[in-house]
Design a protein around this ligand. Structure first.
Ligand SMILES: [Zn+2]
Length: 557
């Protein structure tokens, strides 16, 4: 082809693909999803939020008092604050005295501050009001939910994962910056209603107008999207669980008419989950703030030390079992899954939403590990194999970084299957458990990049799993293991196809007594077999332990 023509075509293609990217992600996505200069210079230390929701008018007003530390010497004297429309910021006060001016670009406010010294701490109190965005299909979309309980009385809450906490209060809406010294949430409500939020109740104030303010707070760092109010006709009961770090306060807040049912139903489920997850993942990460389940109208969400529950007091996921094995019906999916996020999601939080698989893959796999703890390995393998039917492989698990993009739904079952494969490839559950516990200790209350978690696993396992992560997280290809039996010579030949360069998932094939370990590659290799261990290569046996397709060939050419 003519060289000039070639470059012209190349130029057109580049322009077109840039154009496609532009239409996919906007400047607003970058402001929302990246660390802009107006975000980088200040580190959130605390959020103290106050909100007064008006149920009839579906209107909210309040403030967020942000305590922050200056972390850059030469910084812009502009601060980025996020608050999504139709809510608006009314005024901003610096350090309890000075009123600050600001301008708005869509859902982002640029606040003019004085130059501030590095390492100095300051506060901005941001007043907001308006009719907030309402959730249509909570928890899958987000916003306020103004609904009614079975008796027709007001019931309110918020969901905002992915969409962001700025849907209901002003903050630095980026997962990488959690308030280091915790947060509080005060809610002013009519006196017949009860308001519950994260952590412990810190204060209750009765006002002359017949309203009551309830203030709750956590000591631990917290993701802004998991700070959540619940307001309704709640009643509670509590107990103390003896965990591996000592006494853990358990608190249950449910609608008054469900109190007796909840007392019977919830504690055994919660004890089971704490037994299993403290075994696999180490201590519950927030003993200081306690563990809490709060009833909601939507299915549930992982709100930190404030887990929401709407699973109708029965096993499965509102009566369904995603594994198709029946095993999923014997325990409460929402209590187990959403509480699993206390370790993966709330304790270990990713910097970028694109790495959400760290939250969901591990928590999806926590279901299999829960079954393993309660029913044993065979049941766990069956469950994990069963949920594979939910994998679509239409888009990779990891999307674009820096634009608040969320990966495909495969981050749940495919991520869980990837971890299942890695675990079996280690063939050492003590090591695998130490890695899970080690992750929760090493990255306790930290925000991380997905790559840090991947490197930690390879490092502690003493094996480089980077190509395994690459295969399952960045492509939609299912690895295929091809097998060919050379009977006269008692050899089994094997190799991988449909894999990324260097894909090296080891396979430990186990039977009742026999065990064979192979590390297939894209080239044919062979292993000696005997009559009595040939069954280890049965496709279903391999596929139950590893997320790969197995193909038996008649010959290898
Ligand atoms: Zn989840």
């Amino acid at each position: 082809m003519n060289r000039k023509l070639y470059f012209l075509i190349l130029l057109i293609f580049t322009a077109l693909s840039l154009k496609a990217q532009e239409t996919q992600f906007t400047h607003a996505d970058t402001l929302r999803g990246s660390i802009t200069p107006e975000r980088a210079w200040w580190d959130v230390m605390r959020y103290d939020i106050s909100v007064t929701p008006d149920f009839d008018k579906k209107y909210t007003s309040g403030f967020n008092n942000i305590t922050y530390k200056v972390v850059e010497a030469n910084h812009p004297d502009v601060m980025q604050i996020d608050l999504q429309q139709p809510l608006v910021i009314d005024s901003i006060i610096q350090d309890k005295k000075q009123s600050l001016s600001f301008s708005r670009e869509g859902d982002v406010y640029f606040v003019k501050t004085e130059p501030q010294n590095i390492n100095s701490e300051h506060e901005v109190k941001i007043y907001f009001s308006g009719k907030p965005h309402e959730a249509i299909r909570a928890p899958w979309d987000g916003g306020w939910t103004f609904t009614k309980d079975e008796k027709g009385r007001p019931w309110m809450t918020v969901t905002c994962q992915g969409l962001g906490a700025s849907i209901w209060y002003p903050n630095k809406d980026h997962q990488s910056d959690e308030p280091d010294r915790g947060a509080s949430l005060a809610m002013r409500v009519p006196k017949e209603l009860m308001a519950v939020a994260n952590g412990r109740m810190l204060d209750k104030t009765e006002h002359k107008d017949g309203t009551i303010s309830y203030k709750w707070g956590v000591e631990n760092p917290i993701s802004n999207y998991t700070i959540i109010p619940y307001i309704g006709h709640y009643k509670n009961f509590s107990e103390v669980y003896t965990g591996i770090k000592g006494d853990l306060d358990l608190d249950y807040w449910v609608l008054d008419y469900n109190l007796e049912k909840a007392k019977d139903y919830m504690p055994p489920e919660v004890h089971n989950l704490l037994d299993a997850f403290e075994y696999w993942f180490g201590p519950y990460p927030f003993y200081e703030d306690g563990y809490k389940l709060v009833e909601t109208e939507h299915t549930g969400m992982e709100h930190q030390s404030n887990v929401s529950y709407g699973n109708w007091y029965a096993g499965g996921y509102r009566g369904r079992d995603g594994s198709g094995t029946g095993l999923g019906l014997t325990w409460d999916f929402i209590i187990i899954h959403e509480s699993g996020h206390e370790w993966f999601g709330n304790n270990i939080t990713t910097n970028d939403l694109a790495d959400m698989y760290i939250h969901e893959s591990f928590t999806n796999y926590s279901e299999t590990l829960f079954l393993d703890y309660v029913y044993g390995e065979e049941a766990a393998n069956d469950y994990n194999y069963g949920i594979r039917s939910g994998i679509q492989n239409k888009a990779p698990v990891i999307p674009a970084y820096g634009v608040n993009a969320q990966g495909s739904g495969d981050m749940y079952p495919k991520g869980g299957n990837m971890l299942h494969s890695i675990r079996h490839s280690m063939d050492d559950d003590k090591l695998f458990k130490n890695i899970l516990t080690g992750l929760n200790m090493t990255f306790h209350n930290k925000t991380v990049d997905g790559s840090e978690i991947q490197e930690y696993i390879s490092d502690k396992a003493g094996y480089d799993y980077s190509k395994v992560f690459e295969q399952y997280l960045t492509t939609t290809k299912i690895p295929k293991l091809q097998l060919y039996i050379d009977a006269p010579n008692s050899k089994m030949f094997y190799k991988y196809t449909n894999v990324v360069d260097g894909f090296n998932l080891p396979l430990v094939l186990k039977g009742s007594e026999e065990k064979i370990k192979i590390i297939p590659s894209a080239e044919w290799q062979s292993v000696d077999i005997q009559h009595k261990n040939q069954y280890l290569f049965t496709p279903w046996r391999i596929e139950h332990m590893y997320y790969i397709d197995v193909e038996l060939l008649k010959n290898k050419d």
